[in-house]
Design a protein around this ligand. Structure first.
Ligand SMILES: Cc1cc2nc3c(=O)[nH]c(=O)nc-3n(C[C@H](O)[C@H](O)[C@H](O)COP(=O)(O)OP(=O)(O)OC[C@H]3O[C@@H](n4cnc5c(N)ncnc54)[C@H](O)[C@@H]3O)c2cc1C
Length: 336
């Protein structure tokens, strides 16, 4: 295990220049256990840094999880169970699954970050969420210094959340995740409108999982800024879910509001639309702003501090609250 003072600029996709006085990494479960046993304070856990905003220099210990490895645990004619180290890059795993023709994660192509962080907010895109193919994960309790296996039904997966972002927040370090993927009869998820439109355009009525991945990559690269070129963390806020009562009130004042009915009593509203309606799409404010193609993506226009980005995000939040009486919730994890 290595310990050193380091700049965190390369470790967060916002590209914020802050430092850590106690930066460590762990390449195995034993190294995690060793670290948390010896450390005097609770560490901040770091994966690929694509869903965090560092507001200031970090004085708490940071533990970056670098456990590698992709192992086939079990398989039958239809399905395969694969255990993946938390430090593997998510998109590399997606590419590996496609080369081997294992289905289930093609819609999640090109999401940045690592495999170990994927269950934290139940990553999702284009009609698929991690919980659709999640089987279990191994995680180490920071307080008890013990390994526990979490089965899917113990993880409380919901839209962009899980038990690890809820009641067990900052209590467990995920060391590996086991997925159940399909080997044959892949279920193709092509109902998401932009995906469906592209397929129809191409006259492709029977897409393979590889076709879906290619199209998802095409849509994403068109719409989302590449963090290597412009610092960002994808969606800064979650899409708010509101009750039918609030939805009806909102509709009376804005009958053009886009929405997605998720149950009899709940409606999901695109946060990007609310932000755009408040005049924030594609704007620049100092060294920060929002992306020109996607109002939900807060960007670092070069040299912004974490504080600046945070202040700008709160301005957006206040504006949406004032205009629509909807309180946006951050999807990005704020590290003080
Ligand atoms: C351009 C762009 C597009 C994106 N698109 C999407 C999208 O379509 N869908 C989506 O869901 N997300 C999206 N994201 C957000 C991000 O990619 C995901 O949330 C990803 O899972 C974060 O992984 P990470 O390794 O970078 O996590 P980090 O940012 O390093 O950490 C995120 C959180 O997880 C915790 N954590 C990290 N690793 C572990 C571990 N091993 N054990 C316990 N806790 C841990 C951290 O403490 C932190 O709270 C996007 C981000 C960007 C920059």
């Amino acid at each position: 295990m290595e310990t050193h003072i380091t700049s965190l600029k390369e470790y967060n996709t916002f590209g914020i220049e802050v430092t850590a006085t106690n930066f460590n990494n762990a390449k195995s479960e034993d190294e995690i256990l060793d670290f948390i046993t010896k450390s005097e304070s609770k560490p901040l856990i770091l994966g690929g840094g694509s869903n965090i905003l560092f507001k200031n220099n970090i004085t708490k210990p940071i533990l970056k999880i670098d456990i590698k490895g992709i192992k086939i645990i079990e398989e039958n004619e239809e399905s395969i169970y694969i255990s993946v180290g938390a430090g593997e890059n998510w998109n590399d795993f997606v590419k590996w699954s496609l080369v081997n023709n294992y289905g289930g994660i093609e819609n999640l192509s090109l999401i940045p970050g690592n495999v170990g962080s994927a269950p934290i907010q139940n990553i999702g895109a284009y009609g698929v969420e991690l919980n659709d193919i999640f089987h279990s994960c191994r995680a180490i309790s920071i307080d008890e210094k013990k390994l526990k296996i979490f089965k899917k039904e113990q993880c409380d997966f919901t839209y962009r959340s899980s038990i690890f972002k809820g009641k067990l927040k900052n209590k467990y370090i995920i060391s590996s995740v086991t997925f159940k993927l399909s080997k044959t009869n892949h279920i193709i998820n092509s109902e998401y409108k932009p995906l469906k439109d592209l397929l129809l355009n191409k006259g492709n009525l029977d897409p393979t999982i590889q076709d879906i991945s290619k199209l998802v990559i095409k849509i994403r690269t068109n719409k989302l800024p590449d963090p290597k070129k412009i610092g960002n963390c994808g969606s800064f806020f979650k899409n708010p879910i509101i009750s039918i009562t609030n939805f009806e009130k909102l509709m009376k004042r804005n009958n053009n509001i886009p929405y997605y009915k998720i149950s009899k009593n709940e409606f999901k509203i695109p946060a990007a639309w609310l932000i755009e309606e408040c005049g924030f799409k594609g704007i620049t404010e100092g060294k920060t702003g929002t992306h020109k193609k996607h109002a939900l993506v807060v960007v670092n226009k070069g040299g912004a501090s974490g504080e600046e980005i945070y202040r700008f995000s709160q301005k957006i939040k206040k504006s949406v609250l004032k205009k629509f009486n909807i309180l946006l919730e951050e999807e990005v994890n704020i590290f003080e």
